[in-house]
Design a protein around this ligand. Structure first.
Ligand SMILES: *[C@@H]1O[C@H](CO)[C@@H](O)[C@H](O)[C@H]1NC(C)=O
Ligand SMILES: *[C@@H]1O[C@H](CO)[C@@H](O)[C@H](O)[C@H]1NC(C)=O
Length: 297
């Protein structure tokens, strides 16, 4: 077979799979993607213009907490220039795409976060509200104006990606505080094995619209073949929409990577039957772009 034909064949297969994943009546539902882990992934606007995703998780706010009244926060979006992101957020939202900020991140990411006290949770909630949400830039703590990295764009909510936490950390308090402001959606991104300690108290608040379950990442207690872990999450949080989180390329996790047909016929066929199935969570935009896993561009 001529190589050009072969590439064409591959392209057709990917397009066919992409459209069956994205378009079928009983398709995967929502498609959420992490954006912000590699500047080579392109802009937020480009991600939204693929038409593939309906939720973007900007990742990550990697540094927060650590003391009673921490005032040091760090946003790490892998060198993406901040200029223009606010406009891109509005552009995405104008297409009906939700844009959330994910806080925390994998332990391997150079983050340093903890919420050891109710005060640190309250301070973070206030920071998020004034810096990224509808709080308009004035911190209630200090009265000082808070710089808004995305300008006057208002994010739709906050994703809790808490990969490590001590016994008494206060992510539950953070969730309650965020909900005391109006119109803030909260979601959680958890490890596959159920239950996992870092998110248990927060999820017990019942305030999470969505739970994204990472079916990758070297969690040895999580076995794909059984699919048990995902079902446990779905059964444990019937009031949340539960997502199947996958890597979009073998480069991200070669052991956990699933070919599209295995994802569709091996996993989604079953997951979709669960009443609170929410959709797919893709790690991440960069890998999806290079591998054309879900998006075709
Ligand atoms: C980002 O993408 C480039 C290629 O475009 C790659 O060399 C680099 O390792 C990636 N960085 C991360 C953190 O994955
Ligand atoms: C993380 O932050 C705490 C306090 O804010 C500090 O004591 C600790 O050394 C930091 N750890 C790293 C790895 O930066």
């Amino acid at each position: 077979m001529a190589s050009r034909q072969f590439i064409f064949f591959l392209l057709l297969s990917v397009l066919a799979m992409g459209s069956s994943l994205a378009g079928a009546a009983t398709g995967p539902g929502n498609i959420a993607v992490f954006w912000g882990r590699n500047a080579s992934e392109g802009t937020l606007r480009e991600a939204c213009d693929t038409g593939t995703y309906n939720t973007i998780l900007i990742s990550f706010l990697t540094g927060f907490g650590g003391g009673a009244y921490s005032s040091s926060y760090s946003l790490d979006i892998s060198g993406h220039p901040l200029a223009g992101i606010g406009d891109d957020i509005k552009h995405c939202q104008s297409k009906g795409i939700l844009v959330l900020l994910s806080i925390g991140g994998p332990t391997s990411t150079s983050g340093n976060y903890s919420l050891p006290t109710p005060q640190s949770a309250a301070a973070l909630a206030s920071h998020l509200w004034h810096t990224y949400l509808a709080g308009g830039g004035v911190s209630s703590n200090s009265g000082d104006s808070t710089p808004r990295p995305f300008g006057d764009a208002v994010l739709d909510g906050v994703d809790f990606y808490v990969d490590h936490a001590g016994d008494n950390e206060r992510y539950d308090e953070l969730a309650r505080r965020l909900h005391s402001y109006s119109g803030v959606m909260t979601t959680a991104t958890v490890r596959c094995a159920y239950p996992e300690q870092p998110s248990t108290a927060a999820l017990a608040t019942g305030l999470f619209a969505r739970v994204h379950v990472r079916m990758y990442g070297g969690d040895l207690r999580c076995e794909w073949g059984q699919f048990d872990s995902w079902n446990k999450w779905a059964a444990a949080y019937p009031a949340s929409k539960v997502f199947v989180g996958v890597v979009a390329s073998p480069e991200a996790d070669k052991d956990a990577y699933l070919f599209q047909k295995d994802l569709y016929y091996g996993i989604l066929q079953f997951a979709e039957k669960v009443p609170n199935y929410g959709g797919l969570m893709i790690w991440d935009r960069y890998y999806d772009k290079i591998n054309h896993y879900i998006s075709s561009s």
